[in-house]
Design a protein around this ligand. Structure first.
Ligand SMILES: [Zn+2]
Ligand SMILES: [Zn+2]
Length: 311
């Protein structure tokens, strides 16, 4: 079918193209509207209207949605094909006439005399602009434009692994074209929502974990959040503040890849702020224990180990 699909449809991410599950459905709907437009136009030729403009929207995604990919239905305000005339712009079938200038061909032949002989060229018909038809009476609703302002609920499969600012495009989901012309594209810009538990660093997610001095010194079994529920981790005794624990492949997937980032647990030892007399007495006792004081700078092995934690 002439003029259908444009770039073949699909949800396009930068230089990648993602197969789009709803595409088959999209294509069917558009095929029908074009058939209707052709029928309303008398069946001779589909009017070659102007292509619709691209439509830009922003879509918010949580890290959980980015981790798995998500199907969203979003209502957008845009120019849609006029239902009354099926996008043709004509009042009814009888108000569409075959163009008298080109007799429906859409092109006219020009014969010119040149010093090299007679030249015949085909040019778009000046009367109908190449449509092969002229409209005697325009549609009352759209005033002959073939489209009206309305809204459409668009279903989109947003892929896993996207990030803030990435643009996805859906062919033919933008503004409707004038007089039955093809629709423009829908350009979706992803907005990443901030997360309460995680910061993103590429495909890794970082969780700030606060532990008590007791857990740090004696070790503990703790629960930490992940993007798909909670995970248990084991803190070894003698865990220092600043240590980073790694949960393999608990981060975000790479776009269009099977690779996954990790979740990094950044350990912070929580220092209590307000102490009562009882707590102060306990800590005074601990202060006197040599083991509660950091080793001196001369103890190279300790500081080397600290450095390793950050690499
Ligand atoms: Zn109309
Ligand atoms: Zn014509």
């Amino acid at each position: 079918m002439e003029g259908m699909g444009g770039g073949g449809g699909g949800l396009t991410v930068c230089r990648w193209t993602i197969s789009f599950a709803a595409l088959a459905l999209t294509r069917t709907i558009f095929s029908q509207s074009f058939l209707a437009a052709a029928a309303a136009g008398g069946g001779a030729r589909r009017p070659r209207g102007e292509r619709g403009s691209n439509l830009r929207i922003k879509v918010k995604m949580t890290l959980e949605e980015i981790a798995t990919g998500v199907n969203k239905k979003i209502k957008v305000r845009k120019q849609v094909s006029c239902n009354t005339c099926n996008g043709s712009g004509a009042r009814d079938a009888s108000s569409v006439e075959t163009c008298g200038t080109c007799r429906g061909a859409g092109t006219v032949n020009r014969i010119t005399q040149t010093p090299f002989g007679v030249m015949q060229t085909a040019a778009p018909c000046p009367t109908c602009g190449g449509a092969g038809q002229t409209i005697k009476a325009p549609c009352n609703v759209c005033k002959g434009d073939g489209r009206v302002f309305g809204e459409e609920t668009i279903e989109m499969d947003l892929p896993a692994g996207v990030h803030e600012g990435i643009q996805l495009s859906m062919s033919g989901k933008g503004n409707a074209g004038a007089k039955g012309g093809p629709a423009g594209d829908l350009i979706i810009t992803v907005e990443e929502l901030p997360h309460d538990d995680f910061a993103r660093n590429g495909n890794a997610i970082v969780h700030e974990l606060f532990i008590s001095i007791a857990d740090a010194a004696m070790g503990a079994q703790l629960e930490v959040p992940t993007l798909d529920g909670r995970a248990r981790i084991k803190l070894p005794p003698g865990t220092q503040s600043g240590k980073i624990l790694r949960l393999r492949e608990k981060g975000l997937p790479e776009l269009q890849s099977y690779r996954k980032g990790d979740e990094l647990i950044h350990v912070n030892v929580w220092t209590p702020k307000k102490l009562n007399d009882e707590e102060k007495r306990l800590l005074e006792k601990l202060r006197k224990c040599p083991i509660f004081n950091p080793p001196s700078k001369e103890d190279k092995s300790f500081f080397e180990r600290v450095r390793e934690m950050f690499t």
